[in-house]
Design a protein around this ligand. Structure first.
Ligand code: 5GP
Length: 144
């Protein structure tokens, strides 16, 4: 397997989330993945799905975690369509700083939006109460 150009650093923010050292607005969790609200959403309802594997980017991802991330992404996407009443959900994933990746723990973005309406990447902080409410609504559908 081709390796990422960057070595995995355990101090990254998503690693801290997985260890419970940093809070997040959790949408879904299982033994291999965690899904939570993006703190600087590019549209209302922007969710990130991460594997519980130390992967910087796609080239590091083990098949069982790749499969688990996509299964979780499907659950999230279906719930986003109901909660945010949008059919269009952008699935995005950046590999390497040259591509614009800013957090070096693999993650899939799921953004209820249209590519022509997408907000700026990782710029504007969301209201925490709104994120908490959105996470609650998504979790209720996924866990129903
Ligand atoms: P990347 O640029 O690596 O593809 O995306 C990183 C994403 O993580 C961005 O969309 C950014 O808003 C989000 N992000 C950065 N720091 C935090 C954080 O502390 N909490 C949450 N929930 N999201 C974060």
């Amino acid at each position: 397997m081709t390796q990422a150009t960057k070595t995995y650093e355990e101090g990254n923010i998503f690693a801290k989330m997985l260890k419970g050292e940093v809070p997040c607005h959790k949408v879904y969790e299982d033994d291999k993945t965690l899904a939570f609200m993006d703190i600087m959403p590019q549209a209302k309802g922007h969710v990130l799905v991460i594997p519980k594997q130390q992967a910087v980017e796609l080239s590091d991802l083990e098949p069982e975690y790749a499969s688990a991330v996509f299964m979780t992404a499907k659950k999230v996407l279906q719930a986003q369509r109901q909660v945010f009443e949008r059919d269009g959900i952008i699935q995005m994933q950046l590999n390497g700083s040259e591509a614009g990746q800013t957090v070096f723990h693999y993650h899939v973005h799921l953004i209820p939006s249209n590519i022509h309406e997408l907000g700026k990447h990782a710029v504007t902080m969301a209201d925490q109460d709104e994120l908490a409410e959105q996470a609650k609504q998504l979790a209720a559908i996924i866990n129903a």
